[in-house]
Design a protein around this ligand. Structure first.
Ligand code: CP
Ligand code: NVA
Length: 300
């Protein structure tokens, strides 16, 4: 397989299926003996804040037998103008992989093009593929399958939505995205997955999307880096909230997902995210298991 994981499409359908199986096995604790990455070092290069991604990678790397080195971009010479190219080449001589969280997707493509070690996308403005892996494991656990499961994603067509589109192509989940005009997911990604035969749809009415859904999914209205648009976005997305009324349109056994962090009272109400139907904490836990399976696949 491709040595990098920059977008979900760096994996094939088969690889995703195997990865989810392996993650479930690691989660079950049946294979506790394996430390496939013993003696290795993996850099975590973060340019944005993180709770789940950082801690689940650090813990997972330790459990696989390797050490993680957390690197704040501003503490590297990269923050003082050293080139991405030189940074990639030098770090490749020390490390066995890099997980990176940053803004522009093209900068991780540049890093990957110049590195000799696997580069893993821990979130860019365009994609959040590690999140989509954990989401697919969570849906498989809760619904027993992925194919033809109807996911209604309500809100901003952001990095999380883009990676869910790619997940639809690779796993056969059926995805309908409800978002305001002008806030659709990336057109190139949408067109690519449609051309590949994914069952995806974009609508503007949240009720239309939620009807008969197996999964209601949302994410923040204001992503990291969009803080200057807070008021504007709060107004535009007002109608795109997962609340009891919207949930009542989904199947009675629908689950509620959110990649977290959540803003109760904005994209989701407290009574829904804290309800029995919400699986957000399992979803966060599954970051750990899927990322361990991913690193094992890429670095072993
Ligand atoms: N879902 C997610 O990526 O969370 P963090 O921003 O806390 O890593
Ligand atoms: N769309 C959000 C996801 C956070 C995990 C952001 O980019 O800030």
């Amino acid at each position: 397989m491709n040595k990098d994981f920059l977008t979900l499409l760096d994996l094939s359908s088969d690889e995703i299926e195997k990865l989810i199986e392996r993650a479930a096995e690691l989660k079950s604790g049946k294979d506790s003996s394996s430390c496939p990455l013993i003696g290795k070092s993996i850099g975590l290069l973060f340019d944005k804040t993180s709770t789940r991604t950082r801690i689940s990678f650090q813990t997972g790397i330790y459990q696989l037998g390797a050490q993680s080195i957390y690197i704040n971009k501003n503490e590297l010479q990269l923050g003082r103008g050293e080139s991405i190219e030189d940074t990639a080449k030098v770090l490749s001589r020390y490390l066995h992989g890099i997980v990176i969280r940053t803004y522009t997707h093209s900068s991780i493509e540049k890093l990957a093009a110049n590195a000799e070690i696997p580069i893993v996308n821990g979130l860019t403005d365009l994609h959040h593929p590690c999140q989509a892996l954990a989401d697919m494991l969570t849906i498989k656990e809760k619904k027993g399958k992925l194919k033809d499961i109807r996911i209604a994603y309500i809100g901003d067509g952001n990095n999380v939505a883009n990676s869910l589109l790619e997940a639809a192509l690779l796993t056969g989940v059926d995805l309908v995205i409800a978002c305001p005009k002008g806030y659709e997911p990336d057109k190139k990604i949408y067109d690519k997955v449609v051309a590949g035969g994914a069952k995806v749809q974009i609508v503007s009415d949240p009720a239309e999307a939620a009807k008969n859904a197996d999964v209601l999914y949302t994410d923040v209205w204001i992503s990291m880096g969009q803080e200057q648009e807070i008021e504007k976005r709060r107004n535009i997305f007002k109608k795109y909230q997962i609340n009891k009324k919207l949930l009542s349109l989904a199947k009675p056994d629908a689950i509620v997902m959110h990649c977290l962090p959540a803003h109760r009272g904005e994209e989701i109400t407290a009574d829904v995210i804290d309800s029995e139907q919400s699986v957000v904490i399992d979803q966060a836990e599954n970051r750990l298991h899927t990322q361990k399976a991913l690193l094992e696949m890429l670095i072993k």
